[in-house]
Each structure stands twice: as structure tokens, then as C-alpha cells.
Ligand binder design. Structure first.
Ligand SMILES: [Fe+2]
Length: 356
């Protein structure tokens, strides 16, 4: 009988690590159906396996959450949520180094083209000196990841948010180095602490806010989009020094989530994560869902244009559209409150969190 809730051990894992594994979440026939459909839709002659958009909303894809025990587990442990209508299909080809080391990040910020010359970065604002060239005249260029530079019209929030990232594996990823979903284990609380500090200081929430440069310069002198607050990066590297090395896994500060086909991972939004290189020999195939707990009073809950399931910025339309909100519902204040108290969105964790 499929699980409907977390076990006591799974609750402890989620609390401690910021993520938890659900073994055998999707039955083999459902996994095979989704895998075959994705496989058939992939272009055969390109190195980057771009997945056709139609797959994101196909019932065989979204069914990996909607028609499995994951739906019940989320409803019971997180709470009610609007219908999931889309997913992210993520395929990493075999022998793909992803152009370098893993880059853990907190979901929800803008990602896109930035200057390659460090002299073109304003180190005070952590933005390009010629910002309009990259971000648009009004900071209105949508990121290549469909993210926005600013979420709210007043530009006080630079990060979108949701409650749970759910990943379902469609192939065997039990050996480290097969393109696993990687996490900064246990760093979710450090991320929440940064959001609280930013809020308490009256700072921007997210990149460009207190302790979180938007663009940094690498040791080799190249600017990069910075997916992590400085304090979280430092804490993660410190923690990694205590962690035992993993054979076949050179990225010590990142923990590989070892999944077999049909297994799932559920991570808090605040748990930093990253794709990792696939050293081969098989394509790494995962389907991800970004799920946000229902927000009472929000008139847009359940609207298809939010792209619930794939969007990491559901206070705006998926394509960045501003939505009209009634005077008695403030989506921006609500999201900041949730970022600063991530367990408030997990009904089933309430007792354990309170006892800790
Ligand atoms: Fe991500």
C-alpha cells in the first residue's frame, strides 16, 4: 500500500537535512511510460537534450506527482495545494560535464547573460555597470531560466519562492557521478537565517540584499551569477570539511541524492541544490515539480497562467505578468513571511519543529 505520510525517520531527515527521499514513490509501469514518452520526444542529434514544451504538461509527466503517493504525502505533510499543471523535465546526457563544477543555488532568482569582463561589474551594487544592456532599460529582461530580476513592483524582493521541490527519478542514479540532483545538506536553516537578517535590516530580500551579491568574480577573474548568500557558501564549505569523502564524487561540499528509478526527493525551497555532471553511461532523467502550499486569500490560486508545478515565482504569471491583487491580500509580504519561516508551510512537521 503506497505511503500517505512521512515515517518518523523521514520527518527527522527533512527537519535535519532540508530534504528527504521517498523510495518507490512512482510504480515501475508509470516510470516506464513517462521515460518512454520523454525518450521518444528528445532530439537525437543534439548534445543538449532540450525537452519539447508539450511534455511539461503531459499527463504522463504531471501524473508522476498527481497520480502517485507523492500527492497524498504532500497534502498530509505540507498541506493543501492548488492543482499541479506542469513539470520540469530535466535530462542530462551521458558524459556531460555541464561545463564545469556544480553550482548550488536557491531557486527563484534571475539567471542570464552577464559581462565576462570583471571590470564591467559594479562591485558596490553587484550589477553590471551598463545594467540596461543585460537587464533591460527597466530591469525587465526575463532570465533564461524564466526568472525575474525583481518580483514585486517596488523591487524589494529579488527571489521567487515556493514550498517544496519534488524530483522523481526515471532512471538508476544510485552510483555517484551519474548526474545526481545535488544538495547542500542541512543548509536550509542558514538560508532562512539570511532571509530573516535581510528582512530585519530592511534590506532587499534575495540577491542584491544584505550578504548576497548578485554577481561575484571567480578566483580566475570571471564574473558569475551568485546563487548563494555568502554566509551559506561559507557554512557549506565548513560542513564539507567534516563530511566523509564519497568515492567517484569530486564535489565534496555537494551531497549527491542517490535515487533509483521511481524514487523521489522532496526538498525545501530553502535547501540549496544543483544539477551535477553526468560521468555516464546513461542519460540522467528526472522530472521536477515546484509545489507551493495553498495561500488562503490569494485569488489567483489554481490559475493556469501561474504554471503551478514548474514556476519558481508563483506571485507573478509564469511569463512574468503582474497580477492584480485585492487590497486585503499582499502577496509580497506573504512570501517574505514564508521565506523567513519555512516550516510554517508544513502542517505535518509542526509538532516535530516545535519539539526541536
Ligand atoms: Fe534550481
Amino acid at each position: 500500500m503506497p505511503a500517505e505520510t512521512f515515517t518518523a525517520d523521514q520527518k527527522q531527515s527533512l527537519l535535519r537535512d532540508g530534504y528527504v527521499i521517498v523510495r518507490g514513490a512512482a510504480p515501475p509501469e508509470q516510470v516506464a511510460r513517462a521515460r518512454d514518452r520523454i525518450q521518444a520526444a528528445l532530439p537525437k542529434d543534439e548534445r543538449r537534450l532540450l525537452v519539447p514544451a508539450g511534455l511539461a504538461t503531459h499527463e504522463d509527466t504531471v501524473g508522476l506527482l498527481n497520480d502517485t503517493c507523492l500527492a497524498d504525502i504532500l497534502r498530509n505533510e505540507m498541506g493543501p495545494y492548488p492543482p499541479i499543471v506542469s513539470a520540469q523535465v530535466a535530462v542530462t546526457p551521458p558524459y556531460d560535464d555541464l561545463d564545469g563544477a556544480p553550482a548550488p543555488h536557491v531557486d527563484g532568482s534571475w539567471s542570464g547573460k552577464i559581462p565576462t569582463d570583471p571590470d564591467e561589474i559594479d562591485l558596490a551594487t553587484t550589477r553590471p555597470k551598463d545594467a540596461a544592456r543585460y537587464f533591460g532599460p527597466d530591469d525587465d529582461v526575463r532570465g533564461t531560466n524564466d526568472g525575474q530580476l525583481w518580483l514585486d513592483p517596488d523591487r524589494t524582493i529579488s527571489i521567487g519562492s515556493y514550498t517544496a521541490l519534488v524530483g522523481v527519478a526515471l532512471n538508476d542514479q544510485t552510483e555517484p557521478g551519474n548526474g545526481q540532483f545535488g544538495v547542500l545538506k542541512g543548509m536550509h536553516e542558514a538560508v532562512e537565517a539570511v532571509f530573516r537578517r535581510q528582512r530585519d535590516a530592511g534590506s532587499v530580500i534575495g540577491p542584491e540584499g544584505l550578504g548576497w551579491p548578485r554577481i561575484k568574480i571567480s578566483a580566475s577573474g570571471r564574473p558569475y551569477m551568485n546563487g548563494l548568500p555568502d554566509a551559506v557558501r561559507e557554512a557549506a564549505h565548513c560542513a564539507a570539511e567534516q563530511a566523509p569523502p564519497i568515492a567517484g564524487w569530486p564535489w565534496r561540499w555537494v551531497t549527491p541524492v542517490l535515487l533509483d528509478a521511481g524514487d523521489a526527493v522532496i526538498a525545501l525551497h530553502s535547501c540549496p541544490h544543483t544539477p551535477t555532471p553526468n560521468l555516464g553511461p546513461n542519460p540522467r532523467m528526472n522530472v521536477y515539480f515546484r509545489v507551493r502550499r495553498l495561500r488562503e486569500g490569494n485569488p489567483h490560486e489554481g490559475t493556469r497562467r501561474l504554471g503551478h508545478g514548474v514556476s519558481d515565482h508563483p506571485d507573478r504569471g509564469y511569463f512574468g505578468q503582474f497580477l492584480d491583487y485585492p487590497p486585503d491580500y499582499d502577496p509580497w509580504a506573504t512570501s517574505v513571511a514564508k521565506l523567513c519561516d519555512h516550516w510554517s508551510e508544513w502542517d505535518g512537521m509542526r509538532e516535530l519543529v516545535a519539539s526541536g
